[in-house]
Design a protein around this ligand. Structure first.
Ligand code: ADP
Ligand code: TYD
Length: 220
C-alpha cells in the first residue's frame, strides 16, 4: 500500500452516533464526485463485500443478545479486514476515491469507549485488520445521543440501536475524544445544522484538503 500522501485517490470516512446524518452526507458526497466524473466507491461498515455483509447480519441481529463484547469486537474487525483487503485497498490503488460510512474509529468509540474493551488491544487489532490503512479525512457529525436516536424509527432498531441512552452518550464522547487526538485527520461538524449546511462545509474541507495536497506535490 502506498503512503496516504502519495495517492491521488482520496479515502474519506464518516463517523458519529446513530441518526447523526452520516449516510445522507456520504451519499451526497458520492453524487458530487460522480458529477465531476471522478471514480468513487461508496461503502459502509460493517459491510461491503459479501463476507462482510454476512458478518454484519450476525452483528446487528436483535436476537443475538447473548453476544460477548469480545466476540462483537472481533466480528467488527473480521468484517473490516475483508472489506479493506477486498474492496478499499484495490479501489484506492486503481485511482478510485473511497467514501465509507463508518470505519475503524467506530470500534474505538463503540467497543472501546462504550463497551470498555482495552484501547491498546483494539489499536493492535485495528492495525492488523486494516493492513495499516488510515483514512485521509474523517468527518465526525456530532449530535447529542437523544437527538440522533429520535431520528430513527423505534420498531426498526437493531441490536446496537437498542442499547441505552447512556451507552450512546459514551459513544458520542468516545468520538469527540478521538477527534481531539487526531486533529489533522478529523473535522467535526455540527449535526444540528441543516443537511445543506453540513454538505457545503464538507465540500469546502475536501477542496481545501485537495488544494493543499496538490501544492505539496508541485513543490516536490
Ligand atoms: P446515519 O447514517 O448517521 O444513521 P442518516 O443519514 O440515515 O443517519 O439520517 C437519519 C435520519 O435523519 C434520516 O431520516 C435523514 O433524512 C435525517 N437527517 C439527516 N441529516 C439531517 C440533518 N442535518 N437534520 C435533520 N435531519 C437529518
Ligand atoms: P448501521 O445500521 O450501519 O448504523 P448507522 O446507520 O448508524 O451507521 O449499523 C451499524 C452499527 O454497528 C451501529 O450501531 C454502529 C455499530 N458499529 C460498532 O459498534 N463498531 C464498529 O466498528 C462499526 C463499524 C459499527
Amino acid at each position: 500500500m502506498k503512503k496516504n500522501r502519495d495517492r491521488k485517490a482520496i479515502f474519506i470516512t464518516f463517523e458519529g452516533i446513530e441518526g447523526c446524518g452520516k449516510s445522507t452526507q456520504a451519499e451526497l458526497l458520492a453524487d458530487y464526485f460522480r458529477k465531476q466524473n471522478r471514480k468513487v466507491l461508496l461503502t459502509r461498515e460493517p459491510g461491503g463485500p459479501g463476507i462482510s455483509e454476512q458478518i454484519r447480519s450476525i452483528l446487528l441481529d436483535i436476537d443475538n443478545s447473548e453476544m460477548l463484547a469480545e466476540t462483537e469486537m472481533l466480528l467488527y474487525m473480521a468484517s473490516r479486514s475483508q472489506h479493506t483487503g477486498e474492496w478499499i485497498i484495490p479501489a484506492l490503488e486503481s485511482g478510485t476515491n473511497v467514501i465509507s460510512d463508518r470505519y475503524y474509529d467506530s470500534s474505538i468509540a463503540y467497543q472501546g469507549a462504550a463497551r470498555k474493551i482495552n484501547r491498546e488491544i483494539i489499536d493492535i487489532i485495528i492495525k492488523y485488520a486494516t493492513f495499516g490503512l488510515m483514512p485521509d479525512i474523517t468527518f465526525l457529525i456530532d449530535l447529542p445521543a437523544e437527538k440522533g436516536l429520535a431520528r430513527i424509527k423505534k420498531e426498526d432498531a437493531d441490536r446496537l440501536e437498542s442499547e441505552s441512552i447512556d451507552f450512546h452518550r459514551k459513544v458520542r464522547e468516545g468520538f469527540i475524544r478521538i477527534a481531539r487526538e487526531e486533529k489533522k485527520r478529523y473535522i467535526i461538524l455540527d449535526g444540528e445544522n441543516s443537511i445543506e449546511e453540513i454538505q457545503s462545509e464538507i465540500l469546502k474541507k475536501i477542496n481545501e484538503y485537495e488544494g493543499r495536497r496538490d501544492e505539496t506535490e508541485q513543490s516536490q
